[in-house]
Design a binder for this molecule. Structure first.
Ligand code: BG6
Length: 305
C-alpha cells in the first residue's frame, strides 16, 4: 500500500516526528504535513506536493496564500508553491489538457521525513505514472519533491524518465510571494534578459533595469539562471530565489481586472502577491532521455532589514 492511501493516524505513526512533523486533515479534508522546528514553520499538502506556508521564526510568512482558495480533490490551491509539470502553461498542442500539467492536482505519497543534525527538517514525497496520468500524458516517470525547512526553504523537484522513449519536460516551481504592496516592489536579477510577454501574444522584449509591476504582468524570462531578489520596502525585507536546473524565470501578477474574474482570489488579493517562478518554459523546455534525471530547485531566503 502506498502512503498516499494511508490515514493521518498511520502517516503520523510511520512518518511523524514528535513536536516537529505532524500529519493532519487540513482544509477540505486534504491531508497536509505540518513542520515546525527551531528555524521556521511550514505546511505541505499531499495533493500536488503543494507547499502552502513557510514562515521563519519571528518573521512574516514568505509565501502568499489566497484566502479564497478551493481545497478540493482535483483542484489546484491558489498560492504557495504549485508544481507545474510536465509542461508549463497551456499544453503545447492540446488545449483540452490541464494548464500547467497534472501533478499539482495528483495525490503524492510520503517517502520519508527526517531531521538533520543541525535541526533542519526534510520531507520527501513521490509521484509515479499510473493509468490516470498515462491517459493525459503517455510517459513513464518518477517524480520526487524534496522540501528542506530551515532558515531558508529549499524545494527540489527531481524528475526521472523511467520509460523507453525520451520526453519533453518543462515546468515550474510556481512560487507566490507575499508582498506589502505589489506596486512598490522591485525585482533584481533580470536586467538585460529577453522575455516573452504572454499578454502581448508572446512578443519578445528585453528587460532594462529592475522589474517593477504596474497592472497585469505575465512574462517568461528565457535563458536566465540568475538569482532573483524581491525588494519589499513595505514589509522591510528582501527575499532571494536562488535556482538550479532552471533556465527560465516567470514573473506573474494578474492585476486588478484579471483577478476580479478569478473565483479563488480576493478582489484586492493581487496587491499582496507576486509570482517569481523557477521554471523551464518555452525555449528552455528540456528533453529527458530514457533513464535521465533532472532536478529543478529553488532556495528561498528572506532577509528582514
Ligand atoms: C502563470 C502563467 O505562471 O500562472 C499565467 O504565466 C497563468 O499565464 C498563471 O495565468 C496562473 O495559472 P493558473 O492555471 O494557476 O490559473
Amino acid at each position: 500500500m502506498t502512503s498516499s492511501h494511508l490515514g493521518v493516524q498511520e502517516l503520523n505513526s510511520r512518518y511523524g516526528i514528535e513536536g516537529k512533523v505532524h500529519f493532519a486533515a487540513g482544509k477540505g479534508g486534504l491531508v497536509s504535513v505540518l513542520v515546525k522546528n527551531r528555524y521556521a514553520s511550514a505546511c505541505i499538502f499531499l495533493q500536488g506536493a503543494h507547499v502552502t506556508h513557510f514562515q521563519p521564526e519571528g518573521q512574516q510568512p514568505v509565501l502568499w496564500l489566497s484566502n479564497r482558495s478551493a481545497y478540493q480533490e482535483g483542484k489546484a490551491i491558489r498560492g504557495g508553491i504549485p508544481l507545474c509539470w510536465p509542461w508549463f502553461g497551456d499544453h503545447p498542442d492540446d488545449p483540452t489538457k490541464p494548464a500547467h500539467g497534472f501533478v499539482r492536482t495528483s495525490l503524492w505519497e510520503v517517502l520519508e521525513t527526517w531531521e538533520t543534525a543541525d535541526g533542519v527538517t526534510l520531507v520527501r514525497l513521490r509521484l509515479e505514472d499510473d493509468e490516470a496520468s498515462r491517459r493525459i500524458w503517455p510517459n513513464s516517470f518518477q517524480l520526487e519533491l524534496r522540501v528542506l525547512v530551515g532558515r531558508s526553504l529549499v524545494v527540489a523537484l527531481v524528475a526521472r524518465n523511467t520509460g523507453k522513449t525520451p520526453f519533453p519536460c518543462g515546468g515550474a516551481l510556481h512560487s507566490y510571494f507575499l508582498v506589502g504592496a505589489v506596486e512598490s516592489i522591485e525585482i533584481f536579477g533580470l536586467d538585460g534578459c529577453d522575455y516573452l510577454d504572454k499578454i502581448d501574444h508572446f512578443s519578445r522584449g528585453r528587460q532594462g533595469g529592475t522589474v517593477r509591476l504596474a497592472g497585469e504582468t505575465d512574462r517568461i524570462y528565457v535563458n536566465t539562471a540568475d538569482v532573483c531578489t524581491i525588494k519589499d520596502p513595505v514589509l522591510s525585507r528582501y527575499v532571494t530565489v536562488a535556482k538550479k536546473g532552471s533556465n527560465s524565470t516567470v514573473i506573474w501578477n494578474p492585476g486588478p481586472r484579471k483577478s476580479a474574474t478569478m473565483p479563488d482570489m480576493d478582489r484586492n488579493g493581487y496587491r499582496q502577491m507576486v509570482c517569481v517562478e523557477t521554471a523551464n518554459a518555452a525555449d528552455d523546455t528540456i528533453l529527458l532521455p530514457p533513464g535521465g534525471m533532472h532536478i529543478l530547485q529553488a532556495e528561498i531566503s528572506p532577509y528582514p532589514k
